[in-house]
Ligand binder design. Structure first.
Ligand code: MRU
Length: 365
């Protein structure tokens, strides 16, 4: 008899080269239904990103890289001059799906760089190079998260209580997650963390996804409502907060799921360190401060009707529904990247992280 597969056995984002499809877990159906979607049309890939069927900054980046490869594969052209405008159009289209997570444009720009660097190659060869580039972005994500996990783990000790907000887990990446990477690595090494997962209104990524994947993986996770973080911190049940991010500005201000800055403010009151787990692909040195980060606004129905049997707010009431907020850099104890932990002042330390990345790249060639 075959054993039932868990969500952890599936890839969050994958490419089916034979079918020409992006294969994703439909995260809007979790945790009650595990459904894989095979997306071949650009409109469907755009919608999957917009509707959060695939979500979380790194997973969005990987989906976009695979998506633009699939678009390139379909382009009928005999010359680069015919090919490239169509490639650019597809790139701009995918880039418009969500504005805050910088991984979307980061991955598309990287694919564009590869495309332009190989413009003299025959088009069939160029398409193969784009396939390799998309897979490289995917594979990189695995070691990036693992490395973030190792650095994150160095900040805590066995038995600690950790709080997280939203889902920066396996479901938001290829494997391990970012904020959950220290938790999964700690589990492998017997750390016995006690984890608190904020439910994360309005789309419940904490309840539906984080609590789900940690629980399925056998970690000690307790689900709390977003307004309970002060209680668990005042009780001294939380030793550190680990969260992900959608864009880190050059000064360390960090956009992440709405409510993160509330958690960080509360944590500061109770002297709990807040660590942002950030792949360098989510750090945007071209955005000077948090004020320069564009915050995605979403539909009022996410607050008024979604998840409820009946509408839970008066018809016609004004609704404000920003998808992300910005945590000020002075509330952040450290930014954990795959190349080490950046500490304040971030304007300096983040540049040093990128210098390390550059040095590692040069050493590899
Ligand atoms: O709107 P979402 O679900 O895509 O928001 C996701 C988050 O805010 C995550 O914390 C962030 O993308 C980091 S994922 C490793």
């Amino acid at each position: 008899m075959s054993e039932k597969k868990s969500v952890m056995d599936y890839e969050t984002v994958a490419l089916d080269e034979k079918k020409g499809a992006l294969v994703i877990i439909d995260q809007t159906k979790l945790p009650y239904k595990m459904e894989l979607l095979e997306l071949t049309r650009q409109e469907d890939i755009w919608n999957a990103i917009y509707l959060l069927k695939v979500r979380g900054a790194p997973a969005i980046g990987v989906a976009a890289a695979m998506g633009i490869y699939l678009a390139a594969r379909e382009i009928q052209a005999d010359t680069w001059e015919e090919f490239y405008p169509q490639f650019t159009k597809a790139k701009e289209y995918l880039d418009s799906a969500r504005p805050t997570a910088v991984n979307l444009s980061w991955a598309l720009n990287r694919m564009d760089d590869v495309c332009r660097a190989n413009k003299d190659k025959p088009l069939h060869e160029l398409k193969g190079i784009l396939y390799d580039a998309a897979m490289e972005i995917r594979n990189e994500d695995v070691w990036v998260c693992k490395s973030i996990g190792e650095y994150g783990l160095s900040l805590v000790k066995p038995g600690d209580g950790l709080l997280t907000h939203c889902n920066a887990g396996k479901l938001a990446t290829v494997k391990y997650g970012t904020a959950t990477a220290p938790m999964y690595l700690g589990q492998e090494r017997g750390y016995n963390f006690r984890i608190y997962a904020d439910e994360t209104r309005p789309l419940l990524q904490g309840a539906r996804l984080t609590a789900f994947e940690l629980y399925e993986s056998g970690l000690d996770v307790t689900l709390i409502c977003d307004n309970m973080s002060a209680t668990v911190m005042k009780n001294k049940w939380v030793d550190a907060v680990f969260v992900g991010c959608d864009r880190v500005a050059a000064n360390g201000d960090t956009a992440n799921k709405i409510g993160t800055s509330v958690v960080a403010t509360v944590a500061s009151r109770y002297h709990v360190p807040v660590y942002i787990c950030a792949p360098t692909s989510t750090i945007d040195l071209n955005t000077p401060t948090g004020d320069d980060i564009k915050i995605e606004q979403r539909s009022p129905e996410e607050i008024t009707t979604m998840w409820y049997k009946e509408r839970m707010a008066p018809e016609g009431v004004k609704v404000f529904n920003p998808c992300f907020d910005v945590t000020d850099n002075d509330l952040i104890a450290g930014i954990v990247t795959e190349y080490g932990i950046a500490r304040a002042p971030y304007t300096e330390s983040l540049k040093e992280i990128f210098a390390k990345k550059e040095a590692a790249r040069n050493a590899a060639f």
